[in-house]
Design a protein around this ligand. Structure first.
Ligand code: SF4
Length: 468
């Protein structure tokens, strides 16, 4: 029998009852991250059934999706003034539900409030080998640490709160080997967009992807999170990267990691999670990134992506692609370069961490955002915000004419007050470019923070390699 992959090791350690031909496995969840949007129904279900939360200390709660990204001094006094009624009610319900069920909430005023997939790693709650779920698709982010993170629906949020388990079938495994040295101006976001362009939005369906190879090993943890974050956009259940020295150094000293002797024991356990040399995968793909260019999407799914200097493919008879580029108002056979931009959004759980903000600051420093562009820069968490301000990045952003906002999901999803207007084109560092994702009628071009910053300055989609 061959060795085990990273995913198989984590899977085997968490099966409570194995699956059979007729029944899925009962699968144990170590960490459940919750936010205000997918929980009201789950807490109501608990109340109606007279149940408690099974393990409140394994629940990490915050507010991010519907929260305004302007300051809130006092929840009751200022929420109505800065938020639509529905998001405001979700926020109030979250405060009450966490208090009623004994869950610690990182809400307004907490130094750890922020996007679910930013704060988990930041406080060290995300650890190698853990199973981590959240009612948000991009829970795959946590896989950067060798955890198995995946999104669940609102009903399953209730199941996990009540039982700390899920019913699920074992996914297949897929290896993505990334090789080659990246050129300046090309980064993790370009790698994952190129991969999705290559394998398609269903290329990983039914699989857990393990990212491997020298290029992945050379990325820092924030860049690895960007890669794992967008795994879901290739249809995969989760994306994982084996823990190594970079992982250990990132986690060392963080609030929720084991301390003292328990830390040493944990490191030993975590380092043993790497796939065995003779592990096999159901599917394997290799991506050479040595000649990779910055990537930009041109359509309404993340696989509709091109290298920035290359023309938008002609859809020919493909009616769905034609509809998509018509919606985006882009021309076939011409590059996206030079397309007029209305809004630039730097943020989301894909690209709102310090590495991203520093890269944006390098481009904005001493330059101005073009007159025709509104640029929002939204840190992923309160602690990213604080760190960025300590480094003076906020001053660079505001001097350039960008808006420096409070932490939250912001314009990733058009569920709070930050929305695109009808027809506006946004170069966005987020992860989804579906029709109306950032606001009804809005047009989203997914790109790296560097491409977003270069485009903000140029007022049109621009190649960051020309300004770096
Ligand atoms: S930033 Fe977007 S994808 Fe990430 S957690 Fe928030 S809504 Fe979900």
């Amino acid at each position: 029998m061959g060795g085990k992959s990273l995913f198989e090791k984590v899977w085997d350690e968490h099966v409570v009852v194995p699956e059979t031909a007729d029944t899925p496995a009962v699968f144990y969840i170590d960490l459940h991250i919750i936010h205000e949007v997918t929980t009201p129904q789950a807490f109501n279900m608990l109340r109606e059934s007279g149940m408690q939360v099974r393990k409140p200390d394994q629940v990490l709660a915050t507010m991010d999706h519907s929260t305004p990204t302007v300051p809130i001094e006092n929840l009751e006094e200022s929420l109505d003034a800065v938020s639509d009624p529905e998001p405001a009610n979700q926020i109030r319900a979250m405060v009450k539900n966490c208090a009623d069920f004994g869950i610690e909430l990182h809400g307004f005023g907490s130094e750890h409030r922020g996007i679910v997939h930013v704060i988990g790693p930041e406080i060290g709650a995300t650890q190698p080998g853990k199973t981590i779920v959240c009612g948000d698709s991009h829970s795959s982010t946590h896989g950067a640490f060798g955890a198995m993170g995946f999104g669940i629906g609102a009903t399953m949020v209730g199941h996990v709160l009540a039982t700390q388990c899920l019913l699920m079938r074992k996914p297949k495994s897929m290896a993505v080997n990334v090789t080659g040295k990246l050129k300046p101006g090309v980064g993790a976001k370009d790698i994952i967009l190129a991969l999705i362009g290559r394998i398609g939005v269903d290329g990983g369906t039914g699989h857990v992807i393990e990212y491997r190879g020298d290029t992945i090993r050379g990325l820092n943890m924030e860049e690895r999170m960007t890669i794992c974050n967008m795994t879901i956009e290739a249809g995969a259940r989760a994306g994982m990267i084996a823990p190594d020295a970079t992982t250990i150094e990132y986690l060392r000293g963080r609030e929720k990691v084991p301390q003292g002797d328990a830390w040493d024991a944990a490191v030993e356990r975590w380092m043993a999670l790497a796939s065995d040399p003779d592990a096999s995968f159901d599917k394997e793909v290799t991506l050479d990134v040595a000649e990779l260019e910055p990537q930009v999407t041109y359509g309404t799914n993340p696989a509709m992506v091109v290298p920035i200097s290359r023309p938008v493919p002609n859809p020919g008879d493909n009616q769905s692609y034609r509809k998509s580029i018509d919606y985006m108002q882009v021309a076939a056979d011409k590059p996206m370069l030079g397309t007029k931009v209305d809004v630039v959004f730097v943020g989301s759980c894909t690209n709102s961490r310090m590495t991203d903000l520093r890269n944006v600051a390098k481009i904005l420093d001493g330059r101005k955002v073009a007159d025709n562009v509104r640029m929002l820069i939204v840190p992923g968490s309160e602690s990213v915000k604080k760190q960025a301000e300590q480094e003076g990045l906020d001053k660079i952003f505001t001097a350039a004419g960008a808006e420096w906002r409070e932490a939250g999901c912001s314009m990733c999803l058009g569920m709070n007050s930050d929305k695109l207007g009808k027809g506006q084109l946004c170069v966005s560092t987020s992860n989804r470019n579906f029709e109306g994702r950032q606001g009804p009628g809005g047009r989203t071009v997914l790109a790296s923070p560097e491409t977003a910053a270069a485009s903000a300055v140029a007022g049109v989609i621009a190649d960051p390699r020309e300004v770096i």
